[in-house]
Design a protein around this ligand. Sequence first.
Ligand code: MRU
Length: 349
Amino acid sequence: MIPTLAWTPEGVRFIDQTKLPLEESFVLATTYEQVAEVIVTMVVRGAPAIGVSAAYGIALGALRTTAPTTSLFAAEFDLICTRLASTRPTAVNLFWAIDRMKCLFDELLAESATLDKVKERILAEAHAMYEEDIANCRTLGAFGGELLPAEGGVLTHCNAGALATCGYGTALGVIRAAVEQGKHIQVFADETRPFLQGARLTAWELMADHIPTTVICDNMAASLMRAGRIQAVVVGADRIAANGDTANKIGTYNVAILAKEHGIPFYVAAPWSTIDLATETGDAIPIEERSPLEVTHHGGKQLTPNGVGICNPAFDVTPAKYVTAIITERGVLRAPYTESLKQMELVAT
Ligand code: MRU
């Protein structure tokens, strides 16, 4: 299994995604501050992986505290949560994981749990989130695999794979499941400028699984669609609003429009922790603006003239009207999403 992140007796071990595919090296975070840093610098990235990383960061914060009692730890617990919440604004899984830990901590405070108990329960909750994430990816993967053609080209954007989750992946989970179901899938991976998650990460992990993969530059998708080489698009998500509008890696919206123009289904695969029913539409989703250096430089080499204006939004929002279906571990949802998402939430709770 691809070792995206793992709990060890010393701390959380992350495969360094900034170095892949040329170097397989690891970063050990032994404090919550280091986990926050690892998220900011994108050593770990991808919505579900960020959420579980934050959960382990909180566990590290609890385990390392010098506070003598649970009530004296409470203020530090808030600080830890605030720091981790400040790392990346778009993927709602981060806030979902932190809120889940806050609810647990409130329960433990209410029952006057000892600090040892708090440490044990917080770590157990992080482990549970890790295991649930893999199980959810497998379940949604199996649902989504059924939607892909028996044979054909499937385009994906960014990396919504094992590296973006605790294992198996969301969009790539759908592709893995389709292959396990005996389908013959040729993956086209958008390179995904500027951070190159497609060229570096999707290509690396699909090759490790011997799934036929071709990397294309982001501006090649239209031409391949017109040539009949792409039968479906499947992408992940960082946040899905209550009306189905979907934030995902910058460039996803372009692909969705192209898919619609060419009559190709455009699927979004995500665990329920990515769905944000409190955010009505995509317009209210905060979009992270990252450093201009990601655009001006590559591999330490400057690409653009000094002083040129640079824009680097890390995500865009695909309006729900372009989304053929949202694939979750609870099932496959279809438009109108305001109704189907609300209905699915009611059924599950
Ligand atoms: O900036 P990143 O690499 O964290 O962005 C990742 C994506 O946009 C993924 O498609 C999304 O998080 C889904 S991951 C299962």
